[in-house]
Write a new protein. Structure first.
Length: 294
């Protein structure tokens, strides 16, 4: 079995977490491959790598049976982008704060690894998004996202207009600070912060959620995930921001963008018995009554 180790080296306790992970995997007949930056960081911090450890380069040709993502939710999103269409299950180890997407706390690495190798694991299939722009001879791929594609204003003084066509039919023009197109996975991220509903990962839908809309009757809208979404932006300064899971770039208002369901799925690994609803209760305090009785 080959396992890949990726993560955010800037997280507090990263080296110690990797040291514990390496120890927990020792003797379990696995080969570990480390993302190049992770391997260099660990060696610089006197963390001994296994004798047969390999290295992987993001964007290169690599494969593994499982990927460990050490960090928080943002790190897990970056790991998902690195895994891409390879179909490698991602097991997240939380070194951040909320860690909604990650299944293992930083203080239970050893016990979790033992549990996974003794009992196996379950996976949740997560759909993603693909963003393209229309060019003269067709479309040009820009990138993929697991949580959301967001179109946002590039300056703080004025809103933008987002002309939106859904499945070939004009929907409306959003006058807002931005527009979020979110997956069920992203429904607990940026989309949730602007008042959208939460969707279970198995839901085959997308959310269109305006950010600070000028019109109060423009509410979040749920649509089937096999519909394409064509977007054009108007802005006073002729530019706007596009964010794919937090990876931002500035674009011109002349661009015509198309959001579609990604052609592949991401697989999130969880220990057996650890369910999405349990995560809602534990990490978002779903249904918890915080009132005190006298």
């Amino acid at each position: 079995m080959k396992v890949a180790v990726l993560g955010s080296v800037h997280k507090k306790g990263f080296a110690d977490a990797c040291r514990e992970l390496i120890a927990a995997l020792s003797g379990k007949k696995v080969q570990m491959v480390f993302e190049t930056g992770v391997a260099e960081f660990l060696q610089a911090n006197q963390v001994e790598l296994p004798a047969n450890a390999g290295r992987l380069q993001i964007g290169g040709d690599w494969q593994a049976d499982m990927a460990f993502s050490l960090g928080g939710d943002g790190t897990c999103l970056k790991t998902a982008d690195a895994v891409g269409a390879r179909g490698i299950p991602i097991l997240g180890i939380n070194l951040g704060h909320l860690g909604f997407m990650v299944d293992v706390r930083g203080d239970e690495i050893t016990s979790a690894i033992d549990e996974v190798f003794a009992n196996g694991f379950q996976t949740e299939e997560r759909s993603g998004l693909s963003l393209e722009r229309r060019v003269e001879n067709g479309t040009e791929w820009i990138g993929n996202a697991l949580n959301e594609v967001a179109l946002l204003k590039a300056e703080s003084s004025s809103m933008i207009k987002v002309h939106t066509v859904v499945d070939g039919e004009y929907l409306c023009t959003y006058r807002a600070d931005g527009l979020i197109v979110a997956t069920p996975t992203g429904s607990t991220g940026y989309s949730m912060s602007v008042g959208s509903s939460i969707m279970a990962p198995q839901n085959k839908s997308l959310i269109l959620a305006p950010v600070a809309p000028h019109s109060l009757n423009q509410r979040p809208l749920v649509i089937p995930d096999d519909w394409n979404i064509a977007l054009e932006v108007e802005s006073r300064n002729d530019t706007f921001l596009v964010s794919l899971d937090g990876r931002c770039r500035e674009m011109s208002v002349n661009e015509r963008l198309v959001v579609t369901k990604a052609p592949y799925s991401i697989f999130v690994a969880k220990r057996r018995g650890h369910t999405y609803f349990q995560t809602l209760r534990d990490k978002l305090m779903w249904g918890v009554d915080i009132r005190t009785s006298k």
